[in-house]
Design a binder for this molecule. Structure first.
Ligand SMILES: *[C@@H]1O[C@H](CO)[C@@H](O)[C@H](O)[C@H]1NC(C)=O
Ligand SMILES: *[C@@H]1O[C@H](CO)[C@@H](O)[C@H](O)[C@H]1NC(C)=O
Ligand SMILES: *[C@@H]1O[C@H](CO)[C@@H](O)[C@H](O)[C@H]1NC(C)=O
Ligand SMILES: *[C@@H]1O[C@H](CO)[C@@H](O)[C@H](O)[C@H]1NC(C)=O
Ligand SMILES: *[C@@H]1O[C@H](CO)[C@@H](O)[C@H](O)[C@H]1NC(C)=O
Ligand SMILES: *[C@@H]1O[C@H](CO)[C@@H](O)[C@H](O)[C@H]1NC(C)=O
Ligand SMILES: *[C@@H]1O[C@H](CO)[C@@H](O)[C@H](O)[C@H]1NC(C)=O
Length: 338
């Protein structure tokens, strides 16, 4: 039985010659293709592909070929690839099984059948799909506000994955139609945060990775509160600043730097600072300065610790409630040394 189906050694070269004539380009094959046009078989990378071929007469001379040559001639395996086998579930079946399909297997395969009169070929085109996979993404970056930033995200997959970018925090903005490169010109502090790159094709769920963009900017004082203080009591002044990296704080009384001593206590946490006077006396009343600094800049705000009921407004400046005539009067008074 086996011997009967073995290809006839004497006739083999002739068969092969005819087969090889059909080989390299698509066009000649088509012209002798009596079956319907090329079928596509789509297989995911790593899966097993079965390329079907059925002969009408089990004595036909049959062969499987691809662009690079003969894979099987009858039962003789020409290919050295261990992943390739014949699949014969019945005597007329002459299907080709390729295990662990990889991208280089993609291409057209021809089942060639030599009947008594004429050769018949049926061609299948093996399409190998690969799930999307991000191969390279920018590492986390730290830039100064106003810089131009380019993020890159590269992905492999078949079909070629579509890459989209999204700003996760805080804007949630999608960048439509962007590709591997996301260019942010003149970046602002609001544009800092996590950016997500998504690579998607129809093969499987998308691959997603993130990049963190840190935008450095100099401090601005967002809140500084003057405060009323009663002698013999505790009182504090508070100052808040926004900056990246987080600011360092210093406190000044007029032009003198204040240290943690003599009943004064400075406490600074990320973005805010407080100056506490543990036991207020007359000499504590007056003008204080909160200075916030990071490596990009320094800024300050002036705060006042004032007597209960004094004219100082809560925001540290002279209250608008003070009538203008009173100011003029005190100025006149100063000048005339009254
Ligand atoms: C095979 O796939 C190609 C694109 O990859 C397509 O143009 C063609 O129509 C497909 N043929 C069949 C028979 O599905
Ligand atoms: C042709 O088949 C051989 C053996 O299976 C394989 O190694 C090669 O990658 C195939 N070439 C093409 C173009 O499909
Ligand atoms: C990733 O992309 C960067 C920038 O294009 C490049 O310098 C780096 O070599 C790439 N790394 C890999 C593993 O491809
Ligand atoms: C950012 O890019 C724009 C346009 O390409 C250019 O004009 C500008 O000088 C760049 N700015 C910086 C800080 O490199
Ligand atoms: C605050 O200071 C005054 C004057 O030095 C002193 O008499 C008083 O006992 C102090 N109060 C507290 C709570 O330490
Ligand atoms: C407090 O001092 C700062 C400088 O140290 C000055 O600019 C500001 O005008 C002063 N404020 C008042 C109310 O005196
Ligand atoms: C506060 O800032 C002003 C200019 O903005 C500067 O002249 C002054 O010296 C600063 N004060 C302190 C205590 O740093």
């Amino acid at each position: 039985m086996v011997a009967r189906v073995q290809p006839d050694r004497k006739q083999l070269p002739l068969v092969l010659l005819r087969l090889l004539c059909l080989l390299p380009t698509g066009l000649p094959v088509r012209s002798v293709d009596f079956n319907r046009g090329t079928d596509n078989i789509t297989v995911r990378q790593g899966d097993t592909a079965i390329l079907r071929c059925v002969v009408e007469d089990k004595n036909s001379k049959v062969a499987w070929l691809n662009r690079s040559g003969i894979i099987f001639a009858g039962h003789d395996k020409w290919s050295l690839d261990p992943r390739v086998e014949l699949e014969k579930r019945h005597s007329l079946e002459y299907s080709l099984r390729i295990q662990k399909v990889d991208v280089y297997d993609e291409g057209s395969y021809t089942c060639s059948v030599q009947t008594q009169h004429e050769p018949k070929t049926s061609q299948v085109y093996l399409i190998v799909q690969v799930p999307p996979k991000i191969s390279n993404i920018s590492s986390d970056v730290t830039v100064n506000e106003g810089s131009n930033v380019t993020l890159v995200c590269m992905a492999n997959g078949r079909p070629e994955p579509v890459i989209t970018w999204r700003h996760l925090t805080p804007t949630g903005r999608e960048f439509e139609g962007e590709e591997e490169y996301l260019e942010i010109l003149g970046i602002t502090r609001e544009q800092s945060g996590k950016y997500e790159c998504k690579a998607a094709n129809e093969v499987s769920s998308a691959d997603v990775k993130q990049v963190k963009v840190t935008v450095n900017y100099p401090p601005t004082i967002t809140e500084s509160k003057s405060n009323e203080a009663t002698t013999g009591r505790k009182a504090s002044l508070k100052c808040e600043a926004s900056a990246v990296p987080a600011p360092d704080f210093e406190w000044y009384r007029d032009d003198t730097r204040i240290n943690n001593a003599n009943g004064l206590e400075i406490k600074s946490t990320e973005g805010q600072s407080s100056l506490t006077v543990t036991n207020v006396t007359e000499e504590h009343y007056g003008n204080y300065t909160c200075v916030a600094a990071n490596n990009l800049g320094v800024t300050n705000a002036s705060l006042v610790l004032f007597r209960p009921g004094s004219v100082r407004g809560i925001n540290g400046s002279i209250s608008l409630a003070v009538p203008l005539w009173l100011l003029a009067a005190s100025l006149l008074c100063l000048l005339s040394k009254c």
